[in-house]
Design a protein around this ligand. Structure first.
Ligand code: PRP
Ligand code: URA
Length: 212
């Protein structure tokens, strides 16, 4: 069993950290935010998906026969609307065959509760599915837990959360209910403020991505 402590992977690669710095900066306009966030998302996926399962295949190059690999996992992407769309777009470029199930959650800004407004999931998924819940911000953890709940009901083997910035409170909330859920993030920040925003964070991810 993976312990909650080892289940958090912080990607400290300098390219990721430079991109994170750009998107944290309040002067970065929406158009550039989207571009840099998309680039960062790709790096995070390479890390998050490093343990995908493979099988050996035989191929021939123009020069000689050789062995290679093919991916064998049934990959499911679950972007949490709206902000998770930026991650889904990047993941889909890397893995065009992945299935995408959108999860609509809105955080009530006074109670900080996650409110569900859309979820169109299948009745079942292959048990060996690898589900990636995508949400740039893990703040109180309410949205992440609500999204994970939907897939945990389908009894899939592996659920993984990919985000840009996580708070210690959000990680603790996810792991108190789902200790086996892996989290890949570019940063674990200091804390939440009284409005439930991550400090230092990057502000409202959805608003910054979509320029609203
Ligand atoms: C933001 C963010 C997460 C959620 C995180 O979404 O994208 O989904 O808040 O907060 P939590 O961990 O406290 O639940 P928001 O509800 O603002 O919706 P949006 O993406 O449509 O802007
Ligand atoms: N949602 C965001 O977009 N940012 C935060 O810091 C917290 C919740």
């Amino acid at each position: 069993m993976i312990s909650a402590k080892t289940a958090v992977k912080v990607v400290n690669h300098p390219l990721v950290q430079e991109l994170l710095t750009k998107i944290r900066d309040h002067r970065t306009p929406s158009q550039e935010f989207r571009l840099r966030a998309g680039q960062m998302a790709r790096h995070l996926f390479y890390e998050a998906m490093a343990d995908l399962h493979t099988r050996e295949v035989s191929i021939e190059t123009p020069v000689a026969p050789t062995k290679g690999i093919a991916l064998t996992d049934y990959v499911v992407l679950a972007p949490v609307l709206r902000a998770g769309l930026i991650l889904a777009e990047a993941a889909q470029k890397i893995l065009p065959a992945a299935r995408i199930y959108h999860v609509g959650l809105r955080r009530d800004e006074s109670t900080l509760e996650a409110i569900s407004y859309y979820a169109k999931l299948p009745q079942t998924l292959p048990s060996e599915s690898r589900v990636y819940v995508l949400d740039p911000m893990l703040a109180t953890g309410g949205s992440a837990v609500a999204a994970i709940d939907l897939f945990a009901k389908l009894k899939v083997d592996s659920i993984h959360l990919v985000c840009f910035v996580a708070s210690p409170e959000g990680i603790a909330k996810v792991h108190s209910k789902y200790p086996n859920v892996k989290i890949t993030t570019a940063a674990v920040d200091e804390r939440l403020n009284s409005q439930g925003y991550i400090v230092p964070g990057l502000g409202d991810a959805g608003d910054r991505i979509f320029g609203t």
